[in-house]
Design a protein around this ligand. Structure first.
Ligand code: NAG
Length: 262
């Protein structure tokens, strides 16, 4: 998304170079006056463009990053909750969410009737609001590095939902973390992962996540799951697709449904 301005700039630079080409070739029929005017217009446009690009205020930049945040898969989980409830039914009664901004997902789940929810926040919670701090104090949300074993007993949750978390793990750590997610769940693991080509790792976020997101294709993920004997939860996947169609819900992230270990 941040690369989009490059093209108009290039086109502008090309346009601006026409007068130079004209003056370099003495055979050119265009009048010197026209060349000067074109050059002037080109320069004004170029300066205007550069100025508008560099003159972006901090507030504008923050607004921009919030807009980009809208495509986050954690927000996508919240959008998908009604569909997940349809697909998973009673398995949505005891849920663990793993991913950044987990407080938002956990709070939303806790508002549902008969739903127990917990969260693992894989990154620092520097800017947590009062509600989130309270969830952490009660032990409902834990800050934990998901490269290490999760602080829960086997089969503690009916369903584990993961967003924007496995994208940041190398295969070496995925080999440890995915079995952990399957271990602490009974009825399955739902993974929301970014699509390749989505620009989500902003420079400001690199320090937070440690490394840029590696957005992998569905082919990559499915091959990875097969290699690691993680089976697709076909029944849940089918129900999820059906419920999505019914509600005209189109996920902005890749959604994978895996079985837990038995
Ligand atoms: C991950 O586990 C699979 C299956 O056991 C293995 O083939 C693969 O080499 C492992 N990858 C890494 C990076 O350890």
């Amino acid at each position: 998304m941040s690369r989009r301005p490059v093209n108009p700039a290039r086109r502008l630079a090309d346009g601006g170079s026409i007068p130079f080409v004209g003056s370099a070739h003495s055979k050119s029929r265009s009048s010197p006056l026209l060349s000067v005017i074109l050059l002037a217009v080109g320069a004004v446009l170029l300066i205007g463009y550069l100025y508008s690009g560099s003159g972006k205020t901090t507030i504008e930049k923050e607004a921009l990053s919030k807009v980009e945040g809208v495509v986050s898969c954690t927000l996508e989980v919240q959008r998908a909750l009604p569909v997940l409830k349809k697909a998973y039914g009673d398995s949505m009664l005891k849920v663990l969410h793993v991913g950044p901004e987990t407080c938002s997902v956990v709070s939303k789940l806790l508002k549902e009737e008969d739903t127990e929810a917990w969260g693992v926040e894989p990154y620092d919670l520097d800017d947590a609001d009062a509600n989130c701090r309270s969830l952490v104090q009660k032990g409902i949300v834990r800050v934990a590095d998901i490269k290490f074993p999760l602080p829960y007993r086997a089969k503690s949750f009916s369903l584990v939902i993961v967003s924007d978390a496995v994208d940041y793990l190398s295969p070496k750590y995925l080999n440890r973390t995915l079995p952990e997610l399957a271990r602490v769940s009974v009825d399955g693991v739902v993974i929301f992962a970014g699509y390749p080509g989505q620009h989500r790792a902003k420079v400001s976020e690199l320090s937070k996540f440690g490394r840029p997101a590696k957005l992998r294709s569905s082919t990559w993920w499915i091959r990875y799951f097969l290699q690691n004997s993680l089976e697709e939860n076909e029944v849940a996947a089918k129900k999820f697709d059906q419920a999505s169609v019914k509600r005209s819900y189109k996920p902005a992230c890749q959604v994978f449904h895996l079985k837990s270990y038995h």
